[in-house]
Design a protein around this ligand. Structure first.
Ligand code: MG
Length: 826
C-alpha cells in the first residue's frame, strides 16, 4: 500500500529537477556549416548517368545557384588589389573520406563559430541539412540518388569528427522550403519587404511545413531526458511547436537571427498564426535587440490576443520567455584571419594603388536591404557638398550576390557609380569603385585593414557582424566606423557615427566628420567599440543562450489527463488536513449567456455545506465576482472562505467581515486605462466598461464577436505599450473581455495566504476554468517546488484545447459536483 501511494504521489507531484546540467545541447540549424562534395570516382553508375543527362539541361533547379565550386584554386600571388576574376571563391577542404569531401560553407560564420565553441564544455549535437550536394566536378546530384552506403558514410564522417548529423531532404522539397518559403517569403518579410506577386506562397508553405517536420522529428529522435534544444532562425519557425507536441517537458529555445518586423508588416503573412504558434512552442525565444523583441511581443498580443507580462508571453497558460542576445564574432579566429600571410601583400597593393587617398570601404551583399544604393548616393552628395575632398577620397564598395536575385539593383548601382565618376573622376582616377563579385578572405581583411572609414549603411539588418570584423581588423589603426541606425549592432556600438542611411546629407556629413577627426578622438571611439566587440564574442553569446534556456522556469506544458477521481478519493481519505479552492463561474456554476443568471444550484450549495462541516477541510470559493454577489448566494454557508474580485477582497471562514487586501495599493493608473477603454467603447458598438474596486474591465460580449475580438487585441496592445511595465498592472485578455488589474492582486495570493495559515495541510484540490485561475495553479506549483510534501490535484474544468498549468481535466461543472459528492461519501 505504501508503495502504491508513493508511486501515486510521484505521478501527481512529478519528479524534481536534478541539480546541474548533464544533458547534451542539440542545435537544430537549416544547414550544416560544411558543403558536402561527393567523390565522383567512387560514385555509383546511376549517378554518373544522371549527371550526364542533367548537363544537357542548363541548371534545371534554382536550388543549385548557391554552389561553391569544388576545385580549389591554386594559391597565387595576385597583386591586383581586387581582382575582377569571377572564379574567386576559394574553398578549404576540412575533411574527407573515400566518398566525401567537406568544405567550409560561406556566411553565418559567427553562428557556426558560436555553436562550435560550446563543444569545449558540453556534449553537443548539431543537426543540419546537407543543402545541395555536388560532385567534385561541380555537378549537382539529386539527394534521392545518393545511396544508403554513401549516406551512412557522410553521417559517420560528420558524427565522428564534428558531432554533426546530416539531414537529407529530397531536392524538390528542399527547394520549396529553402529557395521558396524561407528565402522568398519569410526572408523579405523579416526585412520589411513584401514577397513578389509571382511567389506561390501556398505551395511553398506545404514544403515549409514538411521540412520543418523532418527537422523536428530528427531532433526528437536524438533527444534524451535532460537535453536542451536550440532551434535556429526563420527556416525552422515551426519546429519548436512540433517538438513541444511530442516532448511536452523538453527545454526548447528558438533564436531568430534576422530582425523581427513590426506587427504592421508581419500581419500581412497569410500563415501568421501558424508561424507565431510554431515559434511559441519554445520556452525561450532569443532575439538580437530590444526592438525586435518588442515587435515580436506586439505580434503575439495583436495577432493572437496573448497576454504580455514582463516575464514573457502567456501563451494560453504557459509562459514563453523572451531574451535579448546580440550575437558576436569569434575573436581569435578573426584575428588569425587578419594576420594571415596573404593579407598584408594585398593591403600593401591597395595602399599603393590608391596612394595619397583616403579610403572608404564598404562590403555588403547586393540585397535591397543592405543599402548599397543609398551609400553610393550619399557618397555623391558628399563629393557635391565637400569639394575640398574631391580628389582625395576613394570609395571601394565590394558586393557579393544577395539572398534574392537583383539584376536591377546591380544596374542602378553601376549607373550611380558611372555618374559619380563622370562628374568627379578623371582618366587616371575614379572616386567610386564598385566590385560586384566574391572576394576571398584575404582580400576582405586587407580591405578592412586599409580603410580610413568603414561605411556600413543597411536599411535593415539583423545584426551586421562585418562591422565587428572591421573593428578587429582595425586594431592598431583605429579608423572610425559609420553605422546605420537600422542595424542590430547600432544598439550596442554607440561610439560609431550612427546615421540614417536614407538621409544622404547626414551620411555625407558623417563622412566629412570622420575625415577630419583627430587621432585622439579616433582612438577614444575605437577603444569603446573594441571593448564591446572583444567582450561580446560568439562564445559569450552561445553560453548566454545555454544559460538562458537552463534558467527558464520549467513550466508544465503537458497535456492534461482526464481526472482520475478514484485517485482523488484515495488521497482525500488518507489526508488529515485539506485545502479546497474552487472558482465560481464555469466551475461551481456553469457559464450562462447572461452572467446574472449564473446562480448556484441547490446541489452545489448542499455539497459546499457538507464539505465545510468537516473540520479537516478548509474550503474557499475564489471568484472574480463582487463581494455583494458572493454574500448573496454563498454568504449563508458556515465556515466557507470567500474571495471576491480575483483576490482583492477576502472573507475568512469564521469571519463576517470582508478584508480589502488592496487598501494601500496605488490605483492612480485606472483613469488612464479607463480613457483607453472608453476610446474603444465608442468605436465598438455593444461594448461596455465596468469599473470595480481593484480592476477595470472592457466587455465585448454583446458586440459583433469577430470585430469585438479584433478590437480587444488592439486595445490590449494599446494598454501594453503605454502602461504595462510603467505601472504596477497586468492586462488580461479573458473570455469576451479585457481586464486590467493591479499586478500584486490575483487569485494566487488567496492560495498563498491560506497555505501560510494552515501548516498541516497535506492535500490540495484546486479547480478552475479560466486564465485567472492559472494564478492559483502557478502559486501551487511554486509551493510544491519549495519542497512541501503535499498531494496536489490541480484541475481545469472544460473541454477547450488551451494550454494550462493544470494537470487534470474535468469535462463540466456537473462532473465537478459529482466529484465533490464522491469525496463526501463514507
Ligand atoms: Mg471561472
Amino acid at each position: 500500500m505504501y508503495n502504491a501511494v508513493n508511486k501515486l504521489k510521484e505521478t501527481v507531484i512529478g519528479v524534481r529537477d536534478e541539480e546541474g546540467f548533464k544533458g547534451k545541447i542539440i542545435n537544430v540549424v537549416n544547414q550544416l556549416p560544411y558543403s558536402c562534395i561527393l567523390n565522383l570516382s567512387n560514385t555509383n553508375q546511376s549517378i554518373l548517368d544522371k549527371i550526364k543527362q542533367l548537363k544537357l539541361q542548363k541548371n534545371p533547379f534554382n536550388v543549385y545557384s548557391e554552389i561553391t565550386p569544388a576545385h580549389t584554386p591554386t594559391e597565387e600571388h595576385d597583386l591586383n588589389p581586387i581582382s575582377h576574376i569571377q572564379r574567386r571563391r576559394s574553398t578549404i577542404t576540412v575533411n574527407r573520406t573515400n566518398n566525401w569531401r567537406l568544405t567550409q560553407r560561406r556566411g553565418h560564420s559567427a553562428m557556426y563559430a558560436a555553436i562550435d565553441s560550446l563543444k569545449k564544455d558540453y556534449q553537443t549535437l548539431y543537426i543540419g541539412g546537407t543543402g545541395s550536394i555536388f560532385t567534385d566536378e561541380n555537378d549537382p546530384i539529386e539527394v534521392n540518388d545518393i545511396n544508403e552506403e554513401e549516406r551512412d558514410s557522410l553521417t559517420s564522417l560528420l558524427l565522428s569528427k564534428y558531432d554533426m548529423l546530416p539531414i537529407f531532404v529530397e531536392d524538390k522539397l528542399a527547394s520549396g522550403h529553402y529557395e521558396g518559403y524561407s528565402k522568398q517569403v519569410l526572408w523579405p518579410l523579416m526585412h520589411y519587404l513584401m514577397w513578389s506577386d509571382n511567389v506561390d506562397e501556398i505551395a511553398f508553405w506545404q514544403d515549409y511545413v514538411k521540412v520543418n517536420e523532418i527537422f523536428a522529428q530528427e531532433a526528437i529522435n536524438h533527444y534524451n531526458d535532460g537535453d536542451i534544444i536550440w532551434v535556429h532562425d526563420y527556416h525552422l519557425f515551426l519546429v519548436p511547436q512540433m517538438i513541444r507536441e511530442r516532448l511536452p517537458d523538453a527545454r526548447v529555445g528558438l533564436f531568430i537571427h534576422t530582425p523581427f518586423p513590426s506587427s504592421e508588416i508581419f500581419r500581412c503573412l497569410p500563415h501568421r498564426r501558424e508561424v507565431l504558434q510554431g515559434i511559441l512552442g519554445a520556452n525561450l525565444i532569443g532575439l538580437q535587440t530590444y526592438d525586435y523583441a518588442r515587435h515580436f511581443t506586439s505580434c503575439c498580443t495583436r495577432l493572437l490576443g496573448y497576454e504580455y507580462t514582463p516575464a514573457g508571453i502567456l501563451g494560453q497558460g504557459s509562459l514563453v520567455q523572451i531574451g535579448i542576445y546580440p550575437i558576436g564574432i569569434d575573436l581569435e579566429r578573426t584575428r588569425d584571419h587578419c594576420n594571415r600571410p596573404g593579407v598584408e601583400p594585398k593591403a600593401k597593393a591597395i595602399r599603393e594603388r590608391y596612394a595619397g587617398k583616403k579610403l572608404i570601404i564598404g562590403r555588403d551583399k547586393l540585397d535591397r536591404v543592405k543599402g548599397v544604393l543609398q551609400k553610393l548616393e550619399a557618397f555623391e552628395i558628399f563629393l557635391d557638398t565637400y569639394p575640398e575632398w574631391r580628389d582625395k577620397v576613394v570609395l571601394i564598395q565590394v558586393t557579393s550576390p544577395g539572398v534574392l536575385d537583383t539584376p536591377d539593383l546591380e544596374k542602378k548601382a553601376n549607373e550611380i557609380v558611372a555618374r559619380v565618376n563622370s562628374k568627379y573622376g578623371s582618366l587616371e582616377f575614379s572616386p567610386a569603385n564598385l566590385f560586384n563579385q566574391h572576394i576571398d578572405r584575404d582580400e576582405y581583411y586587407a580591405l578592412l585593414k586599409v580603410a580610413d572609414i568603414g561605411l556600413v549603411t543597411p536599411v535593415i539588418d539583423g545584426m551586421n557582424t562585418s562591422s565587428f570584423e572591421y573593428i578587429v581588423a582595425q586594431e592598431g589603426h583605429h579608423s572610425p566606423l559609420i553605422l546605420s541606425e537600422f542595424t542590430g549592432t547600432a544598439r550596442s556600438m554607440s561610439a560609431a557615427i550612427i546615421v540614417n542611411p536614407w538621409n544622404f546629407n547626414e551620411v555625407a556629413r558623417a563622412i566629412a566628420e570622420c575625415l577630419s577627426m583627430s587621432e585622439e578622438e579616433k582612438k577614444i571611439k575605437y577603444e569603446q567599440l573594441s571593448q564591446f566587440v572583444t567582450s561580446h564574442t560568439a562564445s559569450f553569446w552561445a553560453r548566454s543562450l545555454v544559460k538562458g534556456l537552463l534558467d527558464t522556469k520549467k513550466s508544465n506544458w503537458g497535456t492534461t489527463a482526464p481526472l482520475d477521481v478514484s485517485r482523488v478519493k484515495v488521497e482525500y481519505d488518507n489526508s488529515s488536513k485539506r485545502a479546497l479552492f474552487f472558482d465560481y463561474d464555469g466551475t461551481l456554476v456553469p457559464i450562462h449567456a447572461n452572467p446574472e443568471d449564473a446562480k448556484p444550484s441547490e446541489r452545489a450549495i448542499e455539497v459546499l455545506k457538507k464539505l465545510c462541516e468537516n473540520p479537516q477541510n478548509v474550503v474557499w470559493v475564489v471568484s472574480g465576482r463582487t463581494q455583494e454577489w458572493l454574500d448573496r448566494y454563498l454568504g449563508h454557508i458556515p465556515n466557507l472562505g470567500l474571495s471576491a474580485e480575483h483576490g482583492c477582497f477576502i472573507k475568512d471562514p469564521q469571519s463576517s467581515t470582508w478584508i480589502n487586501t488592496a487598501e494601500n495599493l496605488d490605483f492612480s493608473w485606472k483613469d488612464g486605462v479607463k480613457e483607453v477603454f472608453e476610446y474603444y467603447t465608442e468605436r465598438t458598438p455593444g461594448s461596455t466598461v465596468e469599473e470595480k474596486e481593484c480592476c477595470i474591465v472592457w466587455h465585448y460580449r454583446k458586440a459583433d464577436p469577430k470585430f469585438g475580438a479584433f478590437q480587444a487585441m488592439e486595445c490590449q496592445n494599446h494598454i501594453e505599450q503605454n502602461f504595462v511595465g510603467k505601472q504596477p498592472i497586468e492586462c488580461l485578455p479573458n473570455k469576451m473581455n479585457v481586464e486590467v488589474r493591479h499586478s500584486l492582486i490575483n487569485k494566487g495570493s488567496v492560495v498563498n495566504r491560506v497555505v501560510a495559515q494552515n501548516h498541516t495541510i497535506d492535500f490540495v484540490l484546486c479547480v478552475g476554468d479560466d486564465k485567472t485561475d492559472e494564478d492559483m495553479f502557478r502559486t501551487l506549483e511554486r509551493i510544491q517546488a519549495s519542497g512541501t510534501e503535499v498531494v496536489q490535484f490541480i484541475v481545469i474544468v472544460g473541454s477547450h484545447e488551451r494550454k494550462t498549468l493544470a494537470k487534470w481535466r474535468l469535462e463540466s461543472s456537473t462532473k465537478f459536483l459529482d466529484l465533490l459528492n464522491l469525496l463526501l461519501q463514507e
